[in-house]
Write a protein that binds this ligand. Sequence first.
Ligand SMILES: Cc1cc2nc3c(=O)[nH]c(=O)nc-3n(C[C@H](O)[C@H](O)[C@H](O)COP(=O)(O)OP(=O)(O)OC[C@H]3O[C@@H](n4cnc5c(N)ncnc54)[C@H](O)[C@@H]3O)c2cc1C
Length: 490
Amino acid sequence: MTQEYSIFWFKRDLRIQDNPALINAIKHGLKVIPIYIFEPDLINDNHYANRHFLFVKQSLENINKQIKSWNSFIYVFHDDALAVFKSISAKLAIKYVFSTEETGIKKTFDRDILVKKFLKKSNVKWIETQNNGVTRGIKNRDDWMQNWYNYMTSNILNINIEKSVSPFIKKTEFPTFENLGYPYIKEENNFQKGGETLAHNILDDFISNRHVNYNHHISKPAESRTSCSRLSPYIAWGNISIRQVFHATQIAKKNGGNKRAISSFSSRLRWHCHFIQKFENECRIEYEPVNKAFNNIQYTHNEDHQIAWETGKTGYPLIDACMRCLNQTGYINFRMRAMLLSFYTHNLLMEWKNASPHLARQFLDFEPGIHFPQIQMQAGLTGINTLRVYNPIKQAKDQDPKGLFIKKWIPELKDVPEEYIHEPHKMPPLEEAFLGLSFSKTYPKPIVNIKETSRISKNRIWEIRNSIQAKKESLKVLEKHVIPNIKRNS
Ligand SMILES: Cc1cc2nc3c(=O)[nH]c(=O)nc-3n(C[C@H](O)[C@H](O)[C@H](O)COP(=O)(O)OP(=O)(O)OC[C@H]3O[C@@H](n4cnc5c(N)ncnc54)[C@H](O)[C@@H]3O)c2cc1C
């Protein structure tokens, strides 16, 4: 009789421990072919960049290291998913495919439909397992919160690699890292490195030391880099599960961790899933506002402003410092992300859709299910959340009072005196010359008048928000996405 196999398709769940889909594959008893597919369609998508695939590569290398004692490795492909499944099934008899549910962009949704069709035709059963308590196909959020807590407090599913026999197939002719090579992934050093082992080290460090200033520093662009957990890329690419992180918070609370800080942090774990659930329920928001009434906003587009925003040359020092820092390191904290988006839509008056690809490419933690709903929330397009238009000068004075973060990321401004650092264009030319400075030759003056553009933006949003259509749409948004008894701004 022909030997039958299962395939385990690693997607955004790049870990061995607490991976329910992997446990499911192992439980089914057939030898498992573990695969990862680098898809040209995603590599070329304008939401993705080299940094993401480098993180994936590092994550896969870490899994390979862990399963070395099993004498196994992950098979890696560089092709369309459909072509990969066709080629594997042409060589081996496949009975099952296992994977974790993916709440991705339209491209991955459409690819899954094609793969599903092919597998069905080939009599292969594709078994998907829920991801981090996000539930497919629910109509409202009535029981969501309770179900989420039930899941997060349930047991973590560990595999004892040392004490178990490899569930994976030993040798195939399929490519591995050793024999494929990755000419299309460039090595870069500025970013957080991927991998399950590192994810746990970072979690431990946060829980035992760094969390104490979590609330204090959460909005500050410099301090938040160490006081926030920095787990986002590890969670987004599945190096660690939300359940593992949640369990760590519960233990920390019992063991004398700062309760307020840990509670704020763990509510964000719930927000993570809550946002992804929104996108899972309504993936059209990749393309249109969640509140359809806002489809009617007339945006402008100015390519010079787009370039200035993307490269950190708007003349607003905190905006530029945040963008340059994000471009170079793949990370900026929540408040500054919100401010960058606010500046784009409320001050440059340009459409959120054109801000999304650049930010997604820069965020190492690009997670479609958080990205699109957050962008729309910050752009004021939900009709139900507080409208926040951030003033980048006030934010700079509040969050970077001495301008240290600004000076770090904008070397042109490093010698500007503190009193002018938030608005360098206000420094009289004579004073600039007197101090031997010449930043005004290289650093631009503000490209827009934020007072004026904020007013235009607020007026046009409120005009739509007060319309009958927007109110009707808001009711639908509330019904579909809002968890009963929970704060409106999540
Ligand atoms: C416009 C915009 C786009 C964003 N895009 C992404 C994205 O693509 N991927 C992403 O992970 N986060 C995104 N966020 C949310 C947030 O900024 C990041 O999760 C956070 O800054 C990551 O840093 P951290 O891991 O140190 O967070 P911590 O504060 O330590 O929080 C722990 C975890 O909770 C989750 N979390 C924290 N804040 C939020 C939030 N406001 N909403 C949902 N989940 C949250 C993340 O998984 C995070 O890793 C976006 C925010 C905005 C305003």
